[in-house]
Design a protein around this ligand. Structure first.
Ligand SMILES: [Zn+2]
Length: 407
């Protein structure tokens, strides 16, 4: 494994500036391209799984977090309130309260459930400066979040489906969980609501893990303040563990916000909230991908997917045309121009690019491209349009394989 902080600088993915502040990285174009591909992927996966996306503000009134319980349970991790127009506003420590309000803003019927509300949204954590670093400990977080509002008898199926989405995403990303953790409350009374509620929620999650056939370890003291959760743990190059994905069952916030739906019986009922994140935060997910791949990312995530390499100046027009066609097809392509070095030096400089198209006199004349794959494989020259179509298929498949086995 690699160190994402070192590679982040070397590959110009992200950086920080003391004037912006510690723990507040900005994303350079190559890093932003990775993040954008990841965000696009997850939105599409969620859309197909029946989620509806919303946007909500990263600020809320202090009162909102007093209702949700964040203010009393999580205040140390929050930024201090800002006075604005005689009111106190805070940067949000989570998206849940906003989503609860969006749910509450309309009358809901049992026919609307399960209602799966998703957002890739910002949240803020007042981490101490001593622990900040790279993309893993930051003060501004972009979370792949969703809340499923459902009837009690839908909870197990929804939590299981969320776990299924996590597995699907890990396959596309080519990452392996270190372990699954069932995070339970500690016994010190820090957790809200009645014991029954916690036992019921934990029982549901146990059932989900059991029927998914996933080995897990139960751990006390790791739950959210409003409910127990399944955490999917990943490990970095130093074997430090962190939670990336999570599925949580929550009977508490629906109570606090007085959420309701009209049941088939015409009476008012209380929904359950399933909180889930498939890829965690954009920051932590990209940091982990850099750790795992050392910059040689799967083609669909690579900042540059295709490098066109003209052998000499004479083939520059054809190389430019190939890159332009690739960009027109939605690929990220560059031309490694002859003035930047010998062909060998340019191939070396492009070693992290999954597809390298060498264009010599013969290929230029025939309108072809001879593909070199990042793993060293060389493919015979094929018409340029065909080569681009094949690359486009590989990228669209969100595969970790650079080429079909028969390639
Ligand atoms: Zn939540």
């Amino acid at each position: 494994m690699h160190d994402h902080r070192k590679l982040g600088r070397e590959l110009e993915l992200f950086d920080t500036d003391p004037l912006i502040g510690a723990g507040l990285p900005y994303w350079l174009p190559a890093g932003a391209a990775i993040r954008h591909a990841l965000e696009e992927y997850i939105r599409e996966v969620e859309r197909r799984a029946g989620y509806q996306h919303v946007y909500s503000p990263v600020i809320g009134k202090r009162e909102l977090y007093e209702i949700s319980g964040h203010w009393s349970h999580y205040r140390d991790g929050m930024y201090p309130p800002m006075d604005i127009g005689g009111e106190q506003a805070v940067l949000r420590p989570s998206l849940c309260p906003h989503h609860a309000l969006i749910y509450r803003s309309r009358a809901r019927s049992y026919r609307d459930l399960p209602l799966r509300m998703a957002e890739l949204g910002g949240m803020y954590r007042a981490e101490l400066s001593g622990v900040l670093g790279g993309l893993t400990r930051v003060r501004a977080i972009q979370l792949n979040d969703a809340h499923i509002f459902c009837a009690p008898d839908q909870v197990a199926a929804e939590a299981a489906a969320a776990l299924g989405l996590i597995k699907q995403a890990y396959r596309a990303l080519g990452i392996e969980p270190a372990r699954y953790r069932l995070s339970l409350p500690s016994r010190d009374g820090k957790y809200v609501g009645g014991r029954d509620m916690w036992d019921r929620a934990a029982g549901l999650l146990e059932q989900v893990l059991g029927s998914a056939g996933v080995p897990y370890e139960a751990e006390e003291g790791e739950a959210a303040f409003y409910g127990p959760k399944i955490d999917v743990q990943i490990a970095d190059s130093a074997e430090r563990e962190a939670s990336l994905s999570t599925v949580q069952v929550d009977f508490y916030l629906p109570e606090r916000f007085g959420l309701e739906y009209i049941g088939a019986d015409g009476a008012r009922h209380r929904p359950v909230m399933v909180h889930r994140s498939v890829i965690g935060s954009a920051e932590r997910a990209v940091a982990h991908l850099i750790d795992v791949y050392g910059g040689a990312l799967p083609a669909w995530l690579a900042p540059v997917q295709l490098a066109a390499l003209p052998v000499g100046d004479a083939q520059l027009p054809e190389a430019d045309a190939l890159a332009e066609r690739a960009v027109g097809r939605g690929l990220r392509a560059v031309v490694a121009r002859p003035e930047s070095g010998s062909l060998g030096a340019r191939i070396h400089a492009s070693r992290l690019v999954p597809y390298q198209a060498v264009i010599g006199a013969r290929e230029a004349a025939a309108g072809e491209a001879a593909l070199r794959l990042r793993d060293g494989r060389r493919l015979p020259a094929r018409p340029a349009g065909e080569v681009l179509a094949r690359i486009g298929e590989r990228v669209a498949a969100h595969s970790t394989e650079l080429w079909e086995a028969t390639g």
